[in-house]
Design a protein around this ligand. Structure first.
Ligand code: PLP
Length: 400
């Protein structure tokens, strides 16, 4: 069958193929330490589970409004207004089947073919995929290391803005580096967006996974409420990645377009799960706090071991559940220079399954350092320690 021409422009999230390889390796009886996928092995809070089951039993199993049940839209607007210092109402919220669909819908709602869209590279690979799929021109910007910490390269964004730039995608806090913007960086981004009349997707999938520092949203900077669409998700905050619920939060005219896209795509998001997260937002908050504490402990275990490996530079991020260490020297010692050989050798020799820089976009021509990405959300501290100790031994002995 001859598939459509546009399909050739569609990318993917290659971390899912790493999962398949890790599963194949495990099926041979080997132990695998799954550091590759940002999934979570932490249970969803019991009150959310119970509320969803109750709603299902009460018959909340039919279609619901395309943008979600009014109670949830109101509760989410109120909750975000407190955490983000914003002034949204229910009309600014369109519930989605996960955070991911917001990326394509934002682009469909606001980008014309040929428009330039700035997006992070390294970054979540779906941005580039969706921009190109819908006929836009994807323009990457990067991250820099300052005092051992990753920082958004705001000046790279400023340099790459042209008269054709229409959209800016910002992922704060950032997958894969864990970088979180400072208030000054957010102010500068807002100034650029206003000066050049850009609309912004603020992908805040990890907004609530913060260990230190103050959470601040780009949408809260004066003038940005009208220009920002927030990608909101319940996936990480309530450890419910597989339930699939999130939201687009933004100006009412964009939300109205997204509502029509919802009608065209999925009619509505899962009905009874919305009652589950309504309980999550309005009920006992100690579960969400415990999820962050659990992840913080895992970060400390993972970072402590990785930063002790000779030739590995591993700053501890203040947010997300990812580490993006510079492994250049350690890999040189192990005579591993290309990313795929490195990843497959590490899997084969140690059982540690990771993503590399390649899973987060095409490296820049002048990029010479090597990076791996470790997700520590899917394993208990003991598994994290065991896997990384094996990796340490492998690298300390020069890959022998
Ligand atoms: N944005 C980023 C940066 C992510 O890392 C993810 C998931 O890993 C998402 C969005 C989408 O998450 P979900 O669709 O589970 O809400």
């Amino acid at each position: 069958m001859q598939t459509a021409e546009r399909v050739r422009r569609l990318g993917t999230e290659t971390a899912f193929s790493v999962s398949a390889e890790a599963a194949a390796f495990a099926s041979g009886g080997k132990t695998v330490y799954p550091f590759h996928l940002g999934d979570m092995n932490i249970p969803t809070p019991g009150n959310i589970v119970e509320a969803a089951i109750k709603a299902m039993r009460e018959g909340k199993t039919g279609y619901c409004p395309p943008c979600g049940i009014p109670e949830l839209r109101e509760a989410l607007a109120a909750d975000v207004n407190v955490s983000h210092d914003t002034s949204y109402s229910a009309a600014n919220v369109a519930i989605q089947p996960g955070g991911k669909p917001v990326i394509g819908k934002f682009i469909l709602a606001l980008m014309n073919a040929g428009d330039e869209v700035l997006y992070p590279n390294p970054g979540y690979p779906i941005y580039e995929s969706q921009i190109e799929f819908h006929g836009g021109c994807a323009v990457p910007y990067g991250y820099l290391q300052h005092d051992g910490q990753w920082r958004l390269d705001v000046e790279a964004i400023a340099r790459r803005i042209t008269p054709r730039t229409r959209l800016l995608i910002v992922n704060d806090p950032h997958n894969p580096t864990g970088a979180a913007c400072t208030p000054e960086e957010l102010e500068r981004l807002a100034a650029l967006a206003m000066e050049h009349d850009l609309y912004v997707l603020a992908d805040e999938a990890y907004f609530d996974i913060r260990y230190e520092g103050t959470r601040k949203s780009l949408a809260s900077v004066p003038g940005m409420l009208e220009r920002c669409v927030i990608l909101y998700t319940f996936s990480k905050k309530f450890a419910m990645t597989g339930w699939r619920l999130g939201a687009a939060i933004g100006p009412e005219d964009v939300i109205n377009v997204i509502a029509t896209l919802n009608v065209n795509d999925e009619s509505c998001s899962n009905h009874f799960i919305q009652y589950g997260v309504l309980e999550g937002l309005t009920g006992d908050q100690s579960h969400a706090r415990r999820i962050v504490e659990t992840l913080r402990h895992r970060r400390d275990v993972a970072c402590g071991i990785l930063s002790g490996i000779p030739g590995v530079l591993c700053p501890a991020p203040q947010a997300t559940f990812y580490l993006f260490p510079d492994v250049t020297k350690a890999m040189q010692r192990a005579s591993l220079s290309d990313y795929e050989t490195m990843r497959l050798t590490i899997l084969r020799e140690t059982g540690v399954s990771v993503c590399t820089r390649l899973h987060f976009g095409r490296p820049y021509a002048d990029e010479s350092r090597l990076y791996l990405r470790f997700a520590y959300s899917g394993m208990e501290p003991a598994g994290i320690a065991e896997g990384l100790t094996r990796l340490t031994h492998f690298l300390e002995t020069g890959g022998a």
